[in-house]
Design a protein around this ligand. Structure first.
Ligand SMILES: C[S@@+](CC[C@H](N)C(=O)[O-])C[C@H]1O[C@@H](n2cnc3c(N)ncnc32)[C@H](O)[C@@H]1O
Length: 532
């Protein structure tokens, strides 16, 4: 056994490294690669950027952008509109965007417009999950979705895995839309500090206790300690006027602060600009800063670890980069919560009337951040809410299964004493909730909970329908067979009920209730035969 002094001994992992060249970024990629879809099982937060509300905001903006593009150039309708999602993660957000885009295309009579939504990530483990996900199959069959492996830190071709098309200037005739949620904070940054009017780069050193090392690698990123050294910058740091101009703004305007510069994201944006012949339209939501004032008086960058780690995105720098290179940006007025930003590489947003209106409504209006703030406050009080308030909240969430799963017990406890209009309103919207089901490992099945709701309100045929659908996800379970049997008995399917009580007993032979039900039904069937 090691003594305390040995345990406290530190290993230096790297010393005085440029921030964007630190091994942290490789550790980050290794984490996501190894975890694959499990990264979203109680590790990396995802709900804030992966819910029907934010997906609706994005779909509404992009559909308006497509309409503006066709309005300005009628030939655009003859070519596909590609939407590339970077660092897609679980795919939950993509599914809701696809669903809404599909509905909007129908409602707005845009069936002739070819849209291809490309879910990309750098790890094939995530992409494989999307390829076989049941919720995405209808959109795959329609050609509305495709998949790609794209590492933002590597300048490699982007090939659509299903259509086998490469995104390049020949295929990207229309502007390329890019969605980037919680990804600009995940790829590499440089770090700087301003002190007494001088600009310094921050060089990073990382150490960790010896007992956190295995196979020459740190085991737990939370046990890394980070240290900085400064190095004065005298010349143009990036040798790129669009970028050096931004550093100059900070040198002139920050009184005393350290800040990050999203160089990994900018390199990826440059590549996408090249592929699309400088016709790029980006929507991004992340934690971040959007004004010089908010970048001032900050300490050296701190990393927040949650399985992976993330940083604050310098949206102000990204906006300036687009503006310096002939484009435009809209940054949401800062308030607490994540920030949504819109960037255009080739046209002013004011030239796109429908898009500008949608940005006004879905970014500056009740935004993804506002939705999340309200939702979080509500979720603290779910157990005090009456059914009408719960129903209103579920409507606001867009009938989100993830939220219903947190509320299901409260709902079933309240249905009996609540007014029938509210119960009917919930019942009417249950199919919408079922259609919003995006399966994630180790999470409860919404179809089962919807069945329980219908069971509780004595709509046995509907309950049966959802219990039977749930079987695919929950497998052979006592509770499922028992509930199916109860509903079958209620709708007069006596033989089926008997068979399902028998299945339930096979799983739990000690269940007195199930045995009593079987005896009761056997007698019922015998009496029936006698009277015939
Ligand atoms: C913090 S998660 C965000 C996921 C999702 N966009 C969301 O909002 O929940 C970062 C995602 O980016 C992916 N990723 C990490 N480094 C990447 C890189 N260099 N290029 C592309 N994707 C990357 C990870 O696999 C992960 O899916």
């Amino acid at each position: 056994m090691k003594n305390d002094t040995q345990n406290d001994r530190k290993v230096v992992i790297e010393q005085h490294k440029k921030f964007s060249e630190s091994c942290l970024w490789k550790m980050q990629r290794d984490y996501f690669d190894q975890e694959g879809i499990n990264a979203w099982v109680n590790q990396v937060p995802f709900y804030i950027t992966s819910n029907p509300y934010i997906a609706n905001c994005y779909a509404q903006i992009v559909i308006r952008f497509i309409r503006d593009t066709i309005q300005r150039n009628p030939d655009a309708i003859n070519h596909p509109f590609y939407i590339l999602e970077l660092g897609t993660g679980s795919g939950r957000f993509s599914f809701y965007v696809l669903k809404t885009l599909h509905e909007l295309r129908q409602t707005l009579g845009m069936q002739d417009v070819s849209i291809c939504y490309v879910m990309s990530d750098f790890t094939k483990n995530n992409v494989q999950y999307y390829e076989t996900h049941p919720a995405l199959q209808p959109y795959l069959a329609q050609g509305l979705v495709d998949f790609a492996i794209f590492d933002m830190e590597a300048e490699r071709p982007i090939t659509l895995l299903k259509k086998n098309i490469r995104l390049n200037p020949e295929t990207l005739i229309n502007p390329l839309t890019v969605f980037a949620n919680y990804i600009f904070d995940t790829v590499s940054h440089d770090a700087f500090t301003v002190h007494e009017g001088k600009l310094y780069e921050l060089l990073l050193s990382i150490a960790t206790p010896e007992n956190n090392m295995h196979d020459n690698k740190p085991v737990n990123m939370e046990h890394l300690s980070i240290d900085y050294k400064v190095n004065e910058i005298k010349n143009n740091y990036y040798d790129d006027p669009d970028l050096d101009q931004i550093l100059d703004i900070y040198k002139q305007q920050l009184t005393e602060s350290s800040f990050l510069f999203p160089i990994g994201s900018i390199k990826a944006i440059k590549l996408l600009k090249k592929l699309s012949q400088n016709k790029l339209f980006i929507i991004s939501s992340d934690k971040g800063y959007s004004t010089v004032a908010s970048l001032d008086n900050l300490g050296h960058p701190s990393l927040s670890f949650h399985g992976s780690f993330s940083m604050m995105v310098n949206f102000h720098a990204l906006a300036n980069y687009f503006k310096n290179s002939g484009g435009d940006a809209f940054l949401q007025t800062p308030h607490k919560g994540i920030k949504t930003s819109v960037f255009s590489s080739h046209q002013q947003l004011s030239e796109l009337p429908e898009t500008a209106l949608a940005i006004h409504q879905y970014v500056e209006g009740v935004s993804a951040a506002d939705y999340f703030t309200l939702h979080r406050r509500m979720s603290d009080t779910f157990n005090e809410c009456s059914l009408d308030i719960i129903a209103a909240h579920l409507n606001l969430t867009g009938w989100d299964p993830h939220i219903y799963l947190k509320l299901a017990n409260r709902v079933t406890a309240l249905v009996e004493e609540s007014d029938q209009d509210t119960v009917a309103f919930l019942a009417k919207n249950m199919p919408k909730m079922a259609a919003n089901y995006y399966y994630m490992p180790k999470s409860d099945c919404i179809l089962f909970e919807i069945a329980v709701f219908f069971h509780a309100v004595k709509r046995y045929a509907d309950a049966l329908h959802y219990y039977q659908q749930a079987q695919h996800y929950v497998g052979e379970q006592f509770g499922l067979f028992y509930n199916i049997a109860l509903c079958e008995h209620h709708v007069g399917k006596i033989e089926d009920a008997l068979a399902n009580f028998a299945r339930a007993i096979k799983i739990d032979s000690s269940s007195k209730e199930a045995i009593e039900w079987m005896t009761y039904i056997q007698k019922e069937l015998a009496d029936k035969t006698q009277t015939q």
